[in-house]
Design a protein around this ligand. Structure first.
Ligand code: GDP
Length: 196
């Protein structure tokens, strides 16, 4: 797959420190523990490309991976830690909102959510901001292997219904890093956004 080419490109302490707003990038976001690192590693077939910081509240870097000259995957810090101070939360909201609004190279946002509890408050905020900014969203229901086929399909249908409320370009798919369920669909969406 094309995505095996991904290489670490740069880290930034904050979205505002991301330079080089040229070319095309696709960002990955989600609550901590949603399965974002696993999904990035599955996508790129690399065991340790994306690593999780398991320390709640610790400052996490934004990691940028390059596929080709001017084609990037951006791994945004996980959100939703209970113990993060309010000031940190507000900062996160502000900088993420700005990123979605102002980043010209941003062509799509993947929002990863555990299939068993999708669309928590912060997920919804994020999707609203993306829709407001005209950024297409792929809501990826992760850890799909945790549910049997019937329940998985029911959750997908429910989430697709819920996604209509955003009144924007929001696609919902299921995904599993464990058995690669949904990987072709993820690649297809990324191909489209990256203009491949
Ligand atoms: P992140 O914090 O969003 O980067 O989440 P991680 O990728 O580190 O995953 C959090 C936890 O969920 C880890 O214990 C993973 O092993 C587990 N996990 C991630 N993806 C899957 C999956 O597709 N299926 C299952 N069963 N567990 C997963």
């Amino acid at each position: 797959s094309y995505y095996t080419k991904a290489k670490f490109f740069t880290s930034a302490p904050d979205i505002r420190h991301l330079k080089d707003d040229s070319g095309i990038e696709v960002a990955f976001a989600g609550r901590s523990n949603a399965g974002k690192s696993s999904a990035l590693n599955t996508l790129t077939r690399q065991k340790n490309l994306a690593r999780t910081s398991k320390t709640p509240g610790r400052t996490q870097l934004i990691n940028v991976f390059e596929l080709d000259d001017n084609l990037r995957l951006v791994d945004l810090p996980g959100y939703g830690f209970a113990k993060v101070p309010m000031a940190t939360k507000l900062k996160w909201q502000k900088s993420l909102g700005e990123y979605l609004q102002k980043r010209k190279s941003l062509k799509g946002l993947v929002v990863l959510m555990d299939i068993r509890h999708p669309f928590k408050d912060l997920d919804q905020d994020l999707i609203h901001w993306a829709v407001d900014a005209g950024i297409p969203v792929l809501a990826l229901l992760t850890k799909a292997d945790k549910l049997k086929s019937g329940k998985r399909k029911a959750q997908l249908l429910m989430a697709q219904e819920a996604a209509l409320a955003f009144m924007g370009d929001v696609t919902v798919n299921t995904f599993s890093s464990l058995n690669r369920h949904g990987l072709p669909e993820l690649e297809q969406m990324l191909d489209k956004w990256l203009g491949r």
